[in-house]
Design a protein around this ligand. Structure first.
Ligand code: SF4
Length: 465
């Protein structure tokens, strides 16, 4: 079932020089499983064989589908990069699955895994086409790979530096060559990337939870604009301080990252709970009970219930066996899908004034169906509390947000939003609540999908079209 939610476009996991129990492929597999929430459409790994030739295994589907256990044990490499991908429907193609690989005739080459989205793709694509390049994918990652491959004779780190001077937008990435693994992050650091160690091996991952899953120790974040190389000489790092200025995606805290991850030393769980607590100040309705929207509203609901000193009840059961099985093309089919997924616990709800908490409101499909289910189950009042401000602007940095006409919070519908969703009131968190909960200066965060102010574009762009 596809309940449309904002989708991140990928997760990365890479291991350099692993020689402990199991093998590097098993470690990468576990790391990718931990990052599955960041992309469910395809998964892949790339590595060198004993002749130094780049090999890859990738396919459509979830990590455990793409990598049967027998296959993992047959991979002997001790250095591997891995990727899970989400894309918009039109480009959900096997050919776009990552890592992407570029090889010379002797099969020696590089492999790249990328989380983010370039913002000067069109210009660079046309330029490369004019220069005679043939593209094999419809992914912006191929542009990144093309420049890296062009420059690789100058050394991998130099190739990354030269490529970073050309590409714009969001990229946390790892690149593998015959004997080197390089991780790099765009100067705005839109997407997270962390460094850890596992015995003598180095690990790079999109989130700290993936380090935890493989038993690795967190060392530090890869900084915005930083290039970290793991090779025979150990770890080296180069920074591009002249350009670097953090604009971390605030939505990593609100929704994308796992609650058991930490970003910039801040627990994602605690941030979400804190947003829920701060939301309490804005809630005007008299309530008897707080109900989390399964499972996206749980942490914020805990914070809200604690602050309001109200009972928190799991009054909506979610069928855990209905996964992402198909994409319904129409709103009514989507709503049918949601109804199949949820069922309220009638005895808890009857006659009660309840607030349902969710992390975000995008199309409003889930909220609309939950409100209807709760009212039919006898709730006296149903209020909606959203732990983020209304989405109003597109994301150019690797998050898929639907067109304006599909956004519940777009004007002019906003004034009658509660009525159109079928609830008695809606309370959104303020952007200042998010900043306070995250505890990072607001000029070091991206919140463009709420404000229309884009960190690297320097101006207000139009609303979603
Ligand atoms: S526009 Fe929104 S979703 Fe995109 S990077 Fe900025 S805060 Fe994140």
């Amino acid at each position: 079932m596809s309940l449309w939610r904002p989708q991140d476009k990928c997760g990365l996991f890479a291991v350099y020089g692993y020689s402990g129990p199991g093998n590097a492929a098993l470690i990468t597999y576990q790391g990718l499983l931990a990052l599955q929430h960041r992309g469910q459409e395809s998964a892949g790994m790339a590595f060198n064989n004993s002749n130094g030739q780049i090999k890859y295994i990738k396919g459509m589907g979830l990590v455990d589908h793409v990598f049967p256990r027998d296959m993992l044990y047959s991979i002997e490499a001790n250095t591997i990069i891995g990727h899970v991908r989400y894309s918009t429907t039109g480009s959900s193609l096997a050919v776009n699955a990552q890592p992407l690989v570029a090889r010379s005739i002797d099969q020696i080459g590089i492999a790249l895994a990328h989380n983010g989205n370039l913002t000067n793709t069109r210009r660079l694509h046309d330029k490369l086409l004019n220069e005679g390049q043939i593209f094999h994918t419809t992914s912006d990652t191929e542009i990144l790979l093309s420049y890296l491959f062009r420059f690789k004779r100058q050394g991998l780190v130099r190739a990354v530096q030269k490529t970073m001077a050309i590409v714009e937008g969001a990229y946390s990435a790892v690149i593998l060559s015959k004997n080197q693994l390089v991780a790099f992050r765009d100067p705005n650091g839109f997407r997270p990337l962390v460094l850890g160690s596992l015995g003598k091996a180095f690990i790079f991952a999109s989130e700290t939870a993936a380090l935890d899953m493989v038993g690795a120790t967190f060392i530090r974040e890869v900084e915005p604009g930083e290039i970290v190389s793991a090779g025979p000489e150990g770890l080296t790092s180069i920074k591009m301080p002249a350009r670097a200025k953090s604009s971390l995606c605030i939505f990593e805290y609100v929704y994308f990252s796992r609650p058991d991850s930490e970003i910039n030393g801040k627990s994602v769980y605690e941030v979400r709970k804190q947003i829920g607590s701060l939301l309490a100040i804005s809630v005007e309705a008299e309530l008897d009970m707080i109900i989390p929207s399964p499972d996206s509203g749980v942490t914020a609901a805990i914070g809200l219930a604690e602050s309001l000193k109200l009972p928190l009840e799991w009054a909506i059961h979610r069928n855990p066996y209905l996964g992402r099985t198909f994409i319904e093309p129409t709103q009514s089919e989507r709503e049918t899908g949601v109804r199949l997924k949820f069922n309220p616990v009638e005895k808890l709800i009857k006659g009660k004034r309840v607030a349902v908490v969710d992390d975000s409101l995008v199309r409003g499909t889930t909220a609309r169906v939950l409100a209807d289910l709760l009212k039919k189950a006898g709730a006296a009042e149903v209020h909606l509390c959203i732990a983020s401000p209304p989405y109003r602007y597109p994301c150019y940095y690797g998050i898929d947000i639907p067109a304006a006409g599909d956004l519940a919070a777009m004007e002019p519908a906003f004034n009658c939003l509660a009525e159109s969703i079928g609830v008695d009131s809606i309370t959104f968190a303020k952007l200042s609540d998010l900043y306070n909960a995250v505890g990072i200066k607001q000029d070091r965060l991206c919140s463009a999908c709420f404000t229309g102010v884009y960190p690297d574009l320097g101006k207000i762009r139009g609303k979603v079209s």
